[in-house]
Each structure stands twice: as C-alpha cells, then as structure tokens.
Design a protein around this ligand. Structure first.
Ligand code: NIG
Ligand code: FE
Length: 477
C-alpha cells in the first residue's frame, strides 16, 4: 500500500485518494492542539499504523463506502428540533435525527424516524432529554490564525477613548498582529488556530469561514492558508478558507500602494487558488485600508481564478463597498455598520448576504448594523463572531445572537436562521450544511434548554451539552 503523509501531517494520500486525519482517527482521541501525523505505515488486513506528533500510535482503517444498514447514531427525545427546512425554523416537537457515517439519514417526529431508520444493536442512541436539537452552527466570518501580540492593551486604550481607526493609522491594530504573525512558527500558528476552533466548537459551531490576512506578503499569506488547511484536517471543525491579502497595506509598501494591490491580484490570488488553498477572496474596503477601485482590481482577478467574493464593507465609513459587492456578484458583504440606503437596495436586488458582526460593533463602539432595515428590504442576514485579536476577541456565536435580538431588532427566528441556513448560503454550502435533512451533514447540537428562544435570551452562558460533527460525538455525549 503506497502511503504519503501530506498537508503538514493533516492528511494521508493513498493512491489517488486523500484522507484527512480526522476521517481516520476517532476525533475524541485527538488532542485540543490538533495533532498531526508523523508517519504512516501499512499493516496486515488493510489496516494502517499511524504515529502522531505526540508519539501516540493508532491502528486505523481507511474509511470504506458504507453499505446501507442501521444508523450509527440516533439522537431522540428532542423537545424542539429545528430542521431549518423551508422559510422558518422547520420546528418539530418530540423529534429525532438518525445518522449513518457523516450523513443524516432520517429526521422528523420520533415515531417516523424510528420507522424509517430503526436503531440496530450497534447504534449509539443519545437522549436529548426534552432539550433543543439544531444543526451545527456556522460562523461565516472569522480570522482564526494569528500571532499573539498585546492587543488587550489596545482594548484598554479604546476603553479610555481611542478609536479603532486611530490605533490602526498609528501602526497598531492589524499591523501589530502582522508583526507577531510574521515572527511566529507554523506550529505556533496552528496551535492558536486549533485553540480557536476548540473554543468555537464548545458553543456548537461545527463549520467556519476562516481568513488569512495577517502576513500581507505572498509566501506568508499562503503559509496562513496552509495552517488553516492543516488545522481543518486535524480538528473536528471544518474551515472554509478565504484569502484576505488586502487586509491592510503592509509598511514596506506604504509609498507604493499600486504595487501591493498588483501583487495581491496577480500573485497571491492565482497561487492561493491554483494550490487549492482558498475558496474565497476577501478585502477590507475602508478609509485607511483599500478603496473600491483597488478592491475591484483584486476581485476581478479572484473571479477569473474561480474564487468566491466576500467583502469587509462600510465598517466605519460608507465607501460604497456594499454596492460594489452587489455589483460584482459577491456572496456576502460583511460588517455594514455605516451602510447607506443605496447600499441596502443594491444588496437586496443582487441577493448578496449581509454578514453582520455585532462583536466588532460592540468592541469598536460603532452603531449597531441596521439588521432590521436590511431584513425589511429583503436582504438575507447572517451573523458571525468576526473572531480576531483586535475588533472582536470572542468565539461565542450564541452571544452574537443575543446582541442581534436585544440590540438589532432581529427576532429569535431570524437569529437562528442567521447562524445556520443563511450563513451556509453565504458560503455556498446551503444543501449540505445549516439544516437537518436526509443527505445533509450529520452536524448537530443538543442544547439543554426546552425552547430555541432561550439560547439568545439566556445570554453569556453556554447551553450546548452535546456536539456532533460528521456523525461523531465530539463534545459531551
Ligand atoms: O473584521 N476590520 C478589519 N478586520 C477585522 C479586524 C482585524 C483586526 O483588528 O485585527 C474585522 O474587524
Ligand atoms: Fe473581519
């Protein structure tokens, strides 16, 4: 058997097939640091011997296509089950979900699921004890890989009156994290990223969008995307990778903006896309960051290279970024605290998803993004943590739901849709993620609350008791 360890130990190649480490080893046996494969060898009977980075040895089999049969996992006894099918919550009382392999095979009222997918002797059955069962949450906007610097000091400066843009323009902010990121080793960055994923997972988040953006030179940005790929392959949480080369102007290009934009468009974009390291391309359109003309040049290259588009737009000032995102067919425009009525109208017409980030508005003392106006105009609204070391140091997506309901006039139903179906749609994952349906991913959460409204209502506390990712119980159980 020909075996090759690839993606920095995140995966294994066997012939023409690639297997992620998390598909080979029970994720419950993977450490929070996101362990990697050191070596792999074949033993008899089609089994493999893996030695992981911590020296532990595992004997595993390559996953084979699964024949039909009883489900591997059944979750039953859900007081409320949110399937998220249709326009609302798809709420089922006394519901159940059956999973085989990494897919859902049946979902609905308990009696129907028992009839359609009866449990077998080997089926693991989990009792939701009258709690709430939902799809795994999806965070459509994070910056999870960064070198650690002392941005808590900036947080205190902001508390004392400084503004985010003042700190940024003085060479702090993003550029402080860029210095720390450039100096960090691959393993340090991977450990930080895995730690962030573990924090998100505890709140019930099973899939995220993750951005590069703290290296601001080609090799460094590709290295950050490699970290995302390796960490995603070895950690239960899946990452949808985004190149954010145009996050800030690096100091070495301070007098030559055009050369940097040119480099992002014609060096970073083709390499990230060509190596399969990024699926999406993002840029920061803001006073002190990049103009709409610069974004347009980068997005033209991104589109030509098959990347989806997302844009940090109108966070502090109205630059016309939302209108540009809509015009270029971007999947999302994110932030939008300062969006104009014309920007809202353009997004509604184009069907661009608004990814709102209440954590950044909170920390940067911005007005809340106009969720109500966006929703009323027909713009689909998703919510993200914006997890990053500067403007939003949090992993709590449920807290974003609470802020959206308490401060942005979103209903609990709208908040649930924002972290499931709409978030999935913004990432092109609408069929497989963010809903409970046969054929969709077996990603789900059991919350210890009898009603879905309690998750945003009872804020700041974590109600997630069990998290299932790809059909495996990865938290609780
Ligand atoms: O989404 N605004 C630009 N980017 C991030 C902040 C990054 C940072 O401050 O390190 C955001 O808020
Ligand atoms: Fe962001």
């Amino acid at each position: 058997m020909q075996l090759e360890v690839i993606h920095n130990g995140g995966a294994l190649r066997h012939g023409s097939q690639e297997f992620r480490l998390k598909d080979l080893v029970g994720v419950d046996r993977l450490g929070p640091g996101g362990l990697r494969i050191r070596s792999a060898s074949a033993v008899t009977g089609g089994r493999l011997r893996l030695v992981l980075a911590d020296g532990a040895t595992h004997h595993v089999a390559l996953p084979a296509p699964r024949p039909d049969g009883p489900p591997d996992l059944v979750v039953r006894g859900a007081g409320q089950l949110l399937t998220m099918n249709g326009d609302g919550l798809g709420l089922v009382e006394n519901g159940a979900v059956a999973c085989r392999g990494r897919e859902i095979v049946a979902v609905g009222p308990s009696a129907e699921v028992e009839r359609d997918a009866p449990a077998g002797a080997a089926t693991r059955v989990i009792d939701a004890r009258g709690g709430l069962v939902t799809p795994g949450l999806i965070d459509p906007h994070t910056h999870p890989v960064f070198g650690r610097s002392d941005r808590h000091v900036e947080f205190d400066l902001k508390a004392r009156g400084a503004s985010y843009l003042e700190i940024h323009k003085a060479g702090g902010g993003i550029l402080s994290t860029v210095r720390a990121t450039r100096a960090a080793t691959f393993d340090e960055l991977a450990a930080t990223c895995a730690e962030n994923l573990s924090r998100l997972l505890r709140w019930g988040v099973t899939t995220i969008e993750g951005k590069s953006g703290y290296a601001l030179e080609t090799a460094g940005e590709l290295r950050l995307l490699e970290v995302l790929r390796t960490t995603s392959a070895t950690h239960p949480v899946d990452i949808e990778p985004t190149l954010l080369g145009a996050h800030a102007l690096p100091p070495e290009h301070a007098d030559d903006r055009d050369a940097y934009v040119e480099r992002v468009a014609h060096e970073m974009v083709p390499r990230a896309a060509g190596q399969g390291l990024a699926k999406h391309c993002d840029a920061y359109c803001e006073d002190g960051a990049f103009t709409t003309d610069e974004v347009e040049a980068i997005f033209a290259a991104a589109r030509a290279n098959g990347l989806g588009l997302r844009l940090h737009a109108e966070q502090f000032t109205d630059q016309g970024g939302a209108g540009l995102a809509a015009q270029l067919g971007a999947a999302s425009a994110d932030h939008l605290e300062a969006i104009s009525p014309a920007g809202i109208e353009a997004m509604a017409r184009a069907g661009t998803v608004a990814v709102l980030l209440p954590g950044a508005a909170l920390t940067c003392r911005c007005p809340w993004p106009p969720a109500r106006e966006l929703l009323d105009a027909g713009v689909p609204v998703a919510l993200g943590t914006d997890l990053n070391p500067g403007s939003s140091m949090t992993s709590s997506l449920p807290l974003m739901m609470s802020l959206a309901c308490a401060q942005m006039r979103m209903s609990c139903e709208e908040a649930w849709r924002a972290v499931t179906t709409v978030a999935a749609r913004s990432l092109g994952l609408a069929w497989t993620h963010g809903r409970l349906a046969p054929g969709a991913r077996a990603d789900l959460v059991i919350f210890d609350v009898p009603d879905h409204r309690i998750v945003p209502y009872h804020y700041g506390d974590n109600h997630a008791r069990v998290v299932v990712k790809d059909g495996r119980v990865v938290i609780g159980g």
